[in-house]
Design a protein around this ligand. Structure first.
Ligand SMILES: [Zn+2]
Length: 262
């Protein structure tokens, strides 16, 4: 790209979407890996559409889950508008995973040897607007004295090339500072759905330094928070997305009723 050029043009979708901005629930949902869109000028990053449609492109199924939950709880949702392969908004800028040259074994041609100007253009167009929107929404809520529960929504692939054993659970929870809210929610979930396998996620965890969103927006503000991942094959169609959103939603409703211990 020419220096000074912007990444997004008139034909591109916005960098992020805010659903239900005035939602009244004491909850804010965020979806970092909501979409596999690529800005037109990046020409699908040199990837085949089939690769962008895999988990390396986005969190399969999570867009439906996130919107279902935002509607059910009358809560705001902020969703990133572009593929994590363009710029992973849940990674520290300039870290290797932020704009990956290889993702789960698949080379990403347009990310190889990226010029500093092009790297900055992606952060300016995608990363900073998304996180700015989350910060603004939180600032506005906190100013009114609210302490919203911050919920990060993801999906995961049961099998990673880099970790060949299948991951058996249906929902995984990740946390760093706020272990208590995850523990409370997992206990509520297990009581409601004893046949569902819920657990602390592997091979990475919320305390891993590679995450960004939960750390910056929730832990540093001292907000109660949950970060969870649904197994992608369970939520791959609309019916599955709605079913699993409601299962988690039932546990979340109970958590909000009993209080997060904040
Ligand atoms: Zn994700």
């Amino acid at each position: 790209m020419t220096p000074g050029m912007t990444l997004l043009s008139d034909i591109d979708r916005p960098a992020f979407e805010v659903v239900n901005p005035d939602g009244r629930a004491p909850v804010i949902f965020v979806s970092d890996h909501d979409s596999n869109a690529v800005p037109a000028c990046l020409d699908d990053l040199g990837l085949a559409p089939a690769d962008l449609a895999r988990h390396i492109g986005y969190d399969i199924g999570i867009a439906r889950v996130a919107r279902h939950l935002a509607a059910r709880f009358d809560a705001p949702l902020i969703a990133s508008g572009y593929s994590r392969l363009v710029c992973d908004v849940n990674r520290v800028p300039y870290s290797p995973a932020s704009i990956p040259e290889i993702s789960d074994g698949t080379p990403v041609p347009a990310n190889r040897g990226l010029h500093a100007d092009d790297r900055r253009a992606r952060y300016d167009a995608l990363f900073h607007p998304y996180h700015g929107a989350i910060a603004n929404l939180l600032d506005a809520r906190v100013r009114t004295g609210a302490r919203p529960l911050f919920v990060g929504l993801h999906s995961f692939t049961p099998r990673l090339v880099s970790a060949p054993a299948d991951r058996p659970w249906e929902i995984g929870f990740l946390w760093a500072e706020d272990a208590a809210t995850s523990a409370q929610t997992m206990a509520l979930f297990r009581r409601l759905f004893p046949d569902v396998c819920v657990g602390a996620n592997q091979p990475y965890s919320g305390s891993s330094p590679q995450g960004y969103t939960m750390d910056v927006h929730a832990d540093r503000r001292g907000l109660s928070n949950l970060c969870l991942e649904f197994r992608q094959d369970l939520i791959g169609d609309d019916a599955g997305g709605d079913l699993w959103a409601d299962r988690f939603g039932d546990a979340l409703a109970e958590l909000l009723r009993t209080g997060t211990g904040d």
